[in-house]
Design a protein around this ligand. Structure first.
Ligand code: FE2
Ligand code: FE2
Length: 278
């Protein structure tokens, strides 16, 4: 199949082709979740490590929330400050932005605290700092790539669209628990949390994908968006693999981003909520 795209395609065709390009990476995240939860690879120590890292991700956003130093708490602080400045003359779009940021940060803060509960259930050390839970080589590389990419409008959009890795981790966990219903208390909590997060994050993704409409509609813009999004999501896949103590081999990590048929299966199974947009 030719990657060449005819000019002036309608938005939905462009969106489908963007999703087709990035979906293999997202399907890879689902594969990591299924392989980790369903295999002998899983240990108590590794559970503590992946949940601890997830707390760090929900707290810092891994480069999605803004520049270095931005966290869920700084988004809340800035939105609360802007809320305190609202007057009768504040434009509706500014108020909507404050409300949107507050809602987003409250969702992420809830995810973070739910993962803290799970971390305690798994036997994690509550005296560690959140910062100390995030020290993975591939996480540093991902955050650096996102910070570098966000300096242009197209790169900034690519960073936003990469939030949550197409929900691959959560769809993978949901699928695992559908086939093997959880029995241990920590797994029942994880299965419940997965459903809650999927409900929040589908909204986050829809809002972020709407931001594509602010970009210039040209072949070169879409191609550049695709290239940058795939580069970020391929690095994100490596981060996810390290988070779960490497259930995928190096060979699989190299092959997966180009596996279009795996990507199409993932799109059909999970991404209908984006294809119907805007
Ligand atoms: Fe989250
Ligand atoms: Fe999110």
């Amino acid at each position: 199949m030719s990657p060449q795209k005819p000019k002036n395609q309608p938005f939905h065709h462009r969106l489908d082709s963007l999703l087709e390009a990035v979906a293999p990476c997202w399907a890879g995240e689902a594969l990591i979740a299924r392989r980790y939860l369903g295999g002998e690879h899983r240990t108590v120590a590794r559970d503590v490590q992946w949940i601890g890292f997830q707390i760090f991700k929900e707290h810092t956003g891994g480069g999605v929330y803004g520049g270095p130093g931005e966290t869920v708490a700084t988004i809340l602080r800035s939105a609360a400050l802007r809320a305190s400045g609202i007057t009768l003359a504040t434009p509706a779009e500014d108020i909507n932005k404050v409300l949107g940021d507050l809602q987003f940060a409250v969702d992420e803060l809830r995810h973070m605290t739910q993962f803290i509960r799970l971390y305690t259930l798994a036997g994690g050390d509550a005296h560690r700092s959140i910062e100390s839970l995030g020290k993975l080589d591939n996480a540093g590389r991902l955050a650096a790539l996102r910070h570098e990419s966000r300096s242009t409008p197209i790169g900034h959009t690519a960073v936003e669209l990469s939030e949550g890795g197409g929900l691959g981790l959560h769809f993978g966990m949901q699928e695992h628990f559908r086939l093997s219903p959880p029995s241990a208390p920590a797994d029942r909590e994880l299965a419940r949390l997965t459903d809650v997060i999927l409900a929040d994050e589908t909204h986050h993704m829809q809002a972020r994908f709407r931001s594509i409409l602010d970009l210039e509609d040209s072949d070169s813009t879409w191609q550049s968006l695709e290239n940058q999004l795939v580069a970020i999501c391929a690095q994100k896949l490596r981060e996810r693999n390290e988070q779960f103590s490497f259930p995928l081999s190096e060979e699989e990590l190299r092959q997966l981003p180009g596996d279009r048929s795996l990507g199409r299966q993932y799109m059909e199974a999970h991404l209908g909520f984006l294809q119907g947009m805007p």
